[in-house]
Each structure stands twice: as C-alpha cells, then as structure tokens.
Design a protein around this ligand. Structure first.
Ligand SMILES: *Cc1c(COP(=O)(O)O)cnc(C)c1O
Length: 414
C-alpha cells in the first residue's frame, strides 16, 4: 500500500469531490440514511421513473386504453429498449430485444443454439454459476437428450472440444465477482466450432461489454440489477446478426410470429430478432426499464469502469488494513482485469454479520454458505460509502455485535 494513499474519512471525501461521475447520483432516489451496496441484486430507483409511470398509468392506460399500443408507441417498446441496452453492451440496436426473464431467455437461446449444432450433444457450463443458469441447462439437456457437463472455471478451456455444442458462461460470477476474459474464451471456443452464450446479469450497466468485438454469439441479461429497471424488470437477449435468420427458438408464441395480427394458424418466425419474443410484453415493466436507462445518458462507459474499479480497489485496501485478523477472507480476485463490480468476503458468521450491518443502515447481502457480498454501482455509490461500510464492519466484528438473536435468525429472502 502506498503511504500517500487516503485513509481518513475526509481524504476519502476528496475522492468523491473529484469524481467525474458524481453528477449521476442525483439521478436516483436513494433513502437518506442508508448506504446501498446491493445494486447488483436490485438496482436503485431512477428519480424520474415514478413520473414516467404515472403518465403511463393515468394517461396512456386510463385514457388511451388499447389505442396506446399504437398511439403511445407501446408496441415497439421491447425493440426500442433493447436498442438502448445494445449501446451498453457493444451490440447493434437490432441485435438486442427486451423480453421475459433471464431464465426464460436462456432457455430459448440454449435450445435455439443446440438446433444450430445438430451433430454435437454436449452443453458445457461452469460449476459455481448462479443456480438458475444451471437448472435451465439441466432442463434443456433433459428435453433435448443432450448431456450437460459442468466444470470449474479454470478448466473451461481444457474441456472445450468438437463434441461441445454450446459453452454457457456468466461473464461475472454472482458470488465471487470473478470476471472471464470474454474475447479470449469466445475465440478459443470458435476455433473448435463451439457456440458461446454469455450471461451478462452482473456486467450490463456496470462496465462496458464488447459483445461484437469479442465475436459473441448469444447473450442474456437482467433488467433489475445494474440497469435499474425495478423489481422483476424484464430481461434482454442478444443474438449476433449473423445468427438471426436461422435462429429457431422453442417458445413459438404469437409475438414472435412474422405477422402476429394476421392470426393465421401456421407459425412463421419474424425475420428480425422479434422472433425471440413469446407473448405480450409485461408492458409496465418494459416502459419503466426504458425510462430507467436514461440514467446512462452522457455517461462514458470507460469512466464507469474506472470508477467501479476504484471503488472495489478502495474496498479491498480498507479491508486489508482494517479487518486483518478478524476472520475475513477476500473471495474476489485482486487483479482488476479479473474483477467485476463487486467484492465478496467470506466469514464463518457471514449471515448475522450482514444482518448487523443492515441494522446499521448499510445494505449488502449474504450468499450461502458464508459470503458477505458488496456490489458497487458506479452511478450512485460514493467512495465515502465504502469507507463507512468497512468502518462499520470492523466495529461489528471487533465488538461481536452480530452475536444477538435478532441477527442470527434467518429470513426468507437473504
Ligand atoms: C440475477 C441472475 C439471474 C436472474 O434470473 P431471473 O430469471 O431474472 O430470475 C440469472 N442468472 C444470473 C447469473 C443472475 O445473476
């Protein structure tokens, strides 16, 4: 650690004052006495979304009624919102569409990709991924008679072969915050004829993603984490332009039809990425997500990544300094290249420790069995938040303030 590095609260406040993204914080409505380090689970609410939703409810729905599908341009909202997200993930506007949940989009993409690889019968995935990704792959394997092979992240490259149809990975791991080298892995997979599906749940909106520069085939991702679309916001799906025309996804609903309003009984996929749609969009959610994305207006994604790494680096450094000998282990890579926008610590009493921290107004989360997880949303988190968090964590561990019945009892959602 360098001796000149800041370590008092006042010195850390200086970092906030010189932060080029500091202006973005006021784009959000945040509770006054809370420090929110859980934007990787549910993003904060953009301040202008309630007014937009009020207009949607009171004018477009209440007065416009069904005509709003045309008159208020509701119908093309999934495409419009997808095009906005495309700008954050290195894709072209027509390669991204908003639909369904991440889980459902993954199902559609995995089956569609398998159909493009009829002579290959293996889905390669990773141990330690977010469970829904693995469950969906298990379901797809059972349905299609393929085999799901899960290996540890370090073994991915060795496990690739000409038997593998699809490699399905999450760019940034939800638990450890470890980030894959998307371009290198995609390139190696393509050498062996393997198609790659990237889950961007913990990357989209937290850092620039370069899907097309990496040659990615497919991607899915979440609307309610760093994209701040609100609880249960619809998800997005990316299909590289070169794959769209031959893509056949399994959930052949009417919104994916070439001419939904012909009401014919023969399914004809839409020529565009609209073929990834299934049924009527959760329209309130799509419109909230669309509005929420305005918080990225004028934001340089390289600056976003720089701030994200500065926040996580400060957090790691303060943990090294303040928490040594208190039973805490860093679970996130120290190498910035290999890190997403979160830091995870393990501690044998992680659950009650997190509850004690939340009781002090500092919100991170717990992931079984022993992980304390802190997400850094560079648009609204401050350097001072990091300082306050590690300071409180130290106090809780030193005083054993976590060792109280109200913190030890498990809640339903952790
Ligand atoms: C958050 C997350 C999901 C969420 O899936 P839903 O279908 O929206 O519940 C899926 N995969 C990963 C890797 C996630 O982090």
């Amino acid at each position: 650690m360098s001796r000149s590095a800041p370590c008092t609260r006042e010195q850390i406040q200086q970092l906030d004052q010189s932060d080029p993204l500091a202006f973005c914080r006021q784009r959000f409505t945040l509770p006054q006495h809370k420090i929110y380090l859980d934007g990787n689970s549910l993003g904060a609410m953009p301040a202008h979304v309630p007014a937009r939703l009020e207009q949607v409810l009171k004018v477009e729905w209440a007065e416009g009624l069904i005509n709003s599908w045309n008159d208020a341009d509701w119908y093309p909202a999934p495409q419009r919102t997808g095009a906005r997200i495309a700008g954050l993930i290195g894709a072209q506007g027509h390669e991204v569409i908003v639909a369904d949940s991440t889980s459902i989009n993954l199902f559609k993409v995995l089956v569609a990709a398998l159909r493009m690889q009829p002579s290959r019968r293996v889905i390669l995935a990773e141990n330690g991924n977010f469970p829904t990704d693995v469950y969906i792959a298990q379901g797809v394997a059972e349905l299609t008679g393929c085999r799901l092979q899960c290996v540890d992240p370090e073994q991915i490259l060795d496990a690739l072969s000409d038997q593998v149809a699809i490699l399905s990975l999450t760019h940034v791991n939800y638990k450890t915050g470890r980030r894959y080298d998307m371009a290198a892995i995609t390139a190696r997979a393509h050498e062996l004829g393997v198609l790659v599906v990237w889950d961007l749940c913990h990357s989209a909106g937290a850092m620039p993603v370069e899907l097309n520069a990496a040659g990615a085939d497919f991607a899915v991702g979440c609307g309610y984490k760093y994209l701040n679309g609100g609880p249960g916001a619809p998800a997005f799906v990316f299909v590289a332009e070169r794959h769209i025309a031959q893509l056949r996804q399994p959930l052949t609903g009417w919104h994916g039809h070439a001419k939904p309003f012909d009401f014919s009984h023969d399914y004809q996929p839409h020529p565009s990425l609209d073929r990834m749609l299934v049924g009527t969009a959760p329209q309130l959610g799509v419109l909230a997500l669309e509005a929420a994305l305005e918080v990225f207006d004028g934001v340089d994604l390289q600056a976003l990544r720089r701030k994200s790494l500065a926040l996580s680096e400060l957090f790691i450094r303060l943990c090294d300094e303040q928490l040594a000998g208190l039973g805490v282990q860093l679970q996130t890579p120290r190498d910035a290249e290999q890190r997403g926008s979160q830091v995870s610590l393990s501690h044998p009493q992680a659950y009650p420790v997190m509850q004690a921290l939340i009781a002090r107004g500092i919100v991170g989360d717990f992931r079984a069995p022993d992980i304390l997880r802190f997400g850094f949303a560079p648009l609204y988190n401050r350097f001072e938040d990091i300082w306050s968090c590690v300071d409180a964590l130290r106090d809780i561990l030193v005083s054993e303030a976590w060792n109280q019945p109200q913190f030890l009892a498990r809640k339903a959602v952790t």
